[in-house]
Structures are given as C-alpha cells and as structure tokens.
Write a protein that binds this ligand. Structure first.
Ligand code: TXA
Ligand code: MG
Length: 348
C-alpha cells in the first residue's frame, strides 16, 4: 500500500489537509494522527471494516478493543446507552484530555470496534490537530496507538513512519507527543468505578473527584484475576534488548547495575541504562539515557517510549532501568516499564 505522509503544524492548521484526511476516513481508509498522549491510528469507529483494517495494520489481536475518539461532549450520546453521574463529574474536570471512560455501548457501535464487548471506551483528546481530524472524519474515530502491536507506543512521527509505512493510507506528522504515555482508563460500568490503566491523570487526582474509585485488582502482578482492559494482559512496549528494572536505594542500584554491566560487556554485549539525570555519569555502559530529574515524573513519562526506541537504535542487547516510586504519574511509568521488562524487577 502507498502511504501518503502529510505534515500539519498545530499552530497553523491547514484545513485542506485535514479535509483530505477526513475523506480517507469516510472512504473507509485508515490514518495515523497526533494526539497529546501518543500518536493514534484512526478509522471510522462506526464502520466495522475500518476497524478490521486497523487490527490488521497493527497485527493486533481482534479481541483487544479500540478507543473511540470524539471532538465534543455532545457526540457521546449517540454511542453510549447512558451517561452515569460519576462520568459527568469526570468529563467536567478532565475532558478534553488524557482520560478515557468506559460506558455501556449503544447499538451504533459495531462489535468489531469493541472487540466483541458490550462496552465502549471513549476519549476526547485536547490536541487541536486530533480534534480537527476527528471532526473532519465524521466525529467518531476508533484509534489504538499507532505502533505495530507489542512495540512501544509512538511519541514521535518518525516512529509512526517506521512502524506503519506501507500499511496505512495516510500518516499525519507533527511535533513529539506532549505527554508521552497513553491515557488513563476509568471503567464506569461496574458498581464501583475502577482505573483499568494508570496514566497521566493520576489515581490521586481521580480520587479527589470520585472518593470511592479503586485500582483494577487485575493490574497487580500477583493477581489471579485478569485485568479488565483486555489490552493490559499482553506483553507490551518491548524493546529488542533484555530489559531489567532495578529497585532500591540509588547508590545500591548504581553499584548493582555497574556490576552486571561489567559481566555483560565481558561477554561482548552492548549495554544500555535508563537512569535519573543526576546519575547518568555514574554508569559505565554503551548508552545511558535520562529518565529526567529525580521527582519529575512528567519528564520520565514523556521520555520513556522514546528511550526504549533509542535503545533499539543503539542495538542494546541488555538494558537496565532504575525504578521510580509507585505514586502519581510514577504509577503509570512503572506500569509501562514493567510490561516492557516482562515483569523482571530486581530489588537490591
Ligand atoms: O492515549 C491513548 O489512549 C491512545 C491515543 C491514541 O488516544 N490510545 C491507546 O489505545 O492507547 P490502545 O488501543 O493502545 O489502548 C487501548 C486500551 C487497551 O488496553 C484496550 O484493551 C482498552 O483500552 N479498552 C478499549 N476498550 C475497552 C473496553 N470497552 N473495556 C475495557 N478496556 C477497553
Ligand atoms: Mg497501544
């Protein structure tokens, strides 16, 4: 397939290009586009054939539902059965933005889009290019992250091009994603609202508005229950190298990693480290990337997927990453990092 690549400047949106992208969607095609979290791969959410094309282009299992993106709150009514009061509270506070809400779906949403579920995930992005594109494509865009299934979500246009060129009709390029991690997902269809995927909107922020909200117990590594978001059960975001997370006091973590690297390098392996900016110089690896200043989870979140892709570009055989505290955006960061590491965490 010939993939058309177009650029849109968010500060000066070219409506002709947006209209062209909208036409591709209305014809049943698929288009990658920027959002504030990560790049998405969009198709008409109300057309089952478009959703089928998205699964195929990503190599994604078809039981893993897609998020439907809208560009105004009124659009919600058509695709859901009811809007519970607690949803209204969250929408008021966090939409548009990086928060996805799960509702009972209306008959208008095909099962192909929801992976066979009776519920639908809905997100109203704040990114102006995303909003213009959604409107021009008819108002309902089903979109997973614009990566090949299993790879880190793309935070730069070049990663989208690497993964999806030749597999999609069009790629809209723009600046790097502002946030860098996918949206927080909250389920409002159960008795007690639950966070199904941690994200930039933190559990602590959600609790301020919905005091009874809980984390999906299926997210705990030792849980017998499956996670409620089908996508959370897959290994994700995996770099090519063998990734290990190291947790503990900073000095002990640095000493442990340097010890491991010494052995790895004797075996001829290319070694990578992801560490707090203050400790970058303390590591004797082939490639050391920063997870930002200690305490700034925003920097860490913003750079995580980029760092994983950079490790691949450097052909790292083994990668060690310092753990961050499990609080605030650190929870979302550690959730993605643990998946990328296939759960491999060493406590020192
Ligand atoms: O920030 C984001 O959410 C990005 C951008 C492009 O908007 N999208 C994204 O989509 O991360 P994706 O497909 O990579 O992740 C969607 C997640 C999956 O884990 C999926 O299982 C879950 O949402 N999900 C979708 N619909 C669901 C539903 N009805 N019930 C439970 N989980 C659902
Ligand atoms: Mg994804």
């Amino acid at each position: 397939m010939n993939t058309q690549i177009v650029n849109i400047d968010p500060d000066n949106i070219d409506q002709d290009v947006i209209n062209e992208a909208g036409e591709v969607i209305k014809r049943g095609g698929i288009v990658a586009f920027p959002t504030e979290t990560v790049y998405g791969l969009g198709g008409d959410a109300l057309n089952p054939e478009s959703s089928a094309k998205i699964y195929e282009a990503k190599g994604r299992p078809s039981d893993n539902p897609l998020i439907v993106h809208i560009a105004d709150q009124e659009s919600l009514e058509r695709i859901v059965k009811t809007v519970p009061d607690n949803a209204r509270v969250l929408m008021e506070r966090f939409w548009p933005g990086p928060l996805t809400l799960i509702f009972e779906k209306s008959d208008e949403v095909p099962y192909k889009t929801t992976g066979g579920l009776d519920t639908v995930a809905v997100r109203f992005p704040s990114d102006p290019v995303a909003a213009a594109f959604i409107r021009s494509g008819g108002g309902y865009i089903a979109a997973p992250s614009a990566n090949i299934s299993g790879r880190p979500s793309p935070t730069k246009a070049e990663y989208v091009i690497n993964d999806l060129s030749g597999r999609v009709d069009m790629i809209i390029t723009g600046p790097d994603s502002e946030i860098g991690l996918e949206s927080t997902i909250v389920d409002l269809t159960s008795q007690v609202p639950a966070v199904l995927r941690p994200g930039f909107i933190t559990f602590e922020q959600l609790k301020e508005v919905l005091p009874d909200i809980k984390m999906d117990p299926g997210l705990r590594p030792d849980s017998d229950e499956a996670p409620k978001a089908p996508g959370m059960k897959y290994r994700h975001y995996a770099p090519n190298g063998d990734l290990t997370i190291v947790s503990g006091e900073p000095e002990a973590v640095t000493a442990y990693i340097n010890e491991r690297i010494k052995k790895d390098r004797q075996e001829g392996k290319i070694c990578g480290v992801i560490a707090g900016s203050d400790r970058i110089k303390a590591y004797d690896a082939d490639i050391v990337l920063s997870s930002g200043t200690d305490g700034s989870f925003k920097e860490a979140a913003h750079d995580l997927f980029t760092n994983l892709r950079k490790m691949d570009q450097a052909y790292a055989d083994v990668i060690y990453a310092e753990a961050l505290p499990d609080a605030g955006i650190g929870t979302a960061y550690m959730n993605r990092l643990k998946k990328a590491a296939g759960g491999k965490v060493v406590n020192v």
